[in-house]
Design a binder for this molecule. Structure first.
Ligand code: PMP
Length: 311
């Protein structure tokens, strides 16, 4: 018999099959929602699921809520506890993906004013393997879809509506035989992947698009910036990046909760560097992997250890 899976909705844990919303839900029609993607990594050695940077994910959720005028009846610390409790109850002994969603739950269509719409919060946790095959460098395509500018839709937080562009870009790239899409801004500078931030290395300097380049302020991005500076003593510059700079880079890699740190081997039929995972990307991959499973003591404050109970 498979074990009962639990979700959190309406302020309490409920069996996953009972966690339902109505067809009139505002967020379903208009994307009035903000979400997070958090990973729990199974550590076989100590028998814990290690949740990576849980607090920072909820802090970003709150920034999205502020923009969408969603008021949750929980604090960041309370949401962390709700998440740990739900994970314990589900009892998974494997890698998991944690998906909180704060949304306009009002049963009201034909209304484009956020004022007065009631808010909801839900949380699901699902077993999760690899999102993208990062054992080999990715083949990427510059997307024909351009990233929305923050002046059209706030881009630094995970607003559900923003993902239409990512989904169109990813679908286009995969249909054309590529692994992933790289999106440019309206002015042709580089923004990010469909679900990852982008880094480029040239002459020993790491560069990544800055906050004003309409990319998500990724938590993996922040982790990699800190690891590169503190562990490798490297310079990390946040600036506009031209498309052609990527073709000429020594190394390019993507970062994300789902994608981890993944090398780009080819972009638009041009090999990046040697086309293989570069030495700095490899070092950052190794550092990142040991950190997210809780094996890097210097960053243990990024990790929340949960011992599964189940039931
Ligand atoms: N950009 C986009 C568009 C994403 O969806 C994600 C995944 N959340 C990222 C970047 C990486 O962000 P993070 O490292 O916080 O997962």
């Amino acid at each position: 018999m498979t074990q009962q899976a639990w979700a959190f909705l309406g302020g309490k844990q409920v069996p996953l099959e009972d966690a339902k919303v109505g067809v009139m839900t505002h967020a379903l029609h208009y994307g009035t929602a903000v979400f997070e993607g958090i990973r729990g990594n199974w550590n076989e050695r100590n028998g814990n699921v290690v949740i990576f940077r849980l607090k920072e994910h909820y802090e970003r959720l709150f920034r999205g809520c502020k923009i969408l005028r969603i008021e949750l009846p929980f604090s960041v610390d309370e949401l962390c506890k709700i998440t740990v409790d739900l994970l314990e109850r589900n009892g998974y002994r494997e890698d998991v993906y944690i998906r909180p969603l704060a949304f306009k739950g009002a049963q009201l269509v034909a209304n484009l004013n956020l004022a007065g719409l009631e808010d909801e919060f839900m949380l699901v946790i699902v077993p999760f393997g690899s999102y993208i095959d990062n054992s080999r460098p990715l083949r990427c395509q510059t997307s024909s879809w351009r990233k929305a500018m923050d002046s059209s839709m706030p881009t630094g937080v995970k607003l559900s509506g923003l993902y239409t562009t990512s989904i169109l870009a990813k679908t286009e790239a995969v249909a054309a035989g590529y692994d992933e899409a790289i999106l440019l801004n309206q002015d042709g500078t580089v923004s990010e992947g469909s679900g990852e931030n982008l880094f480029m290395i040239r002459d020993g300097v790491i560069s990544t698009p800055s906050e004003t380049d309409n990319c998500l302020l990724g938590i993996t991005r922040d982790s990699v910036i800190q690891l590169a500076k503190q562990e490798l003593g490297m310079e990390v510059v946040q600036r506009h990046i031209h498309r052609s700079e990527l073709y000429l880079a020594d190394e390019v890699f993507l970062t994300g909760t789902a994608a981890h740190v993944t090398a780009v081997g080819e972009l638009d039929h041009r090999a990046i560097g040697t086309g293989e995972t570069g030495p700095i990307t490899k070092k950052l991959q190794d550092l990142y992997f040991s950190t997210v499973v809780g094996d890097n003591d210097r960053y243990s404050d990024w990790c929340t250890l949960v011992s599964p109970s189940g039931g």
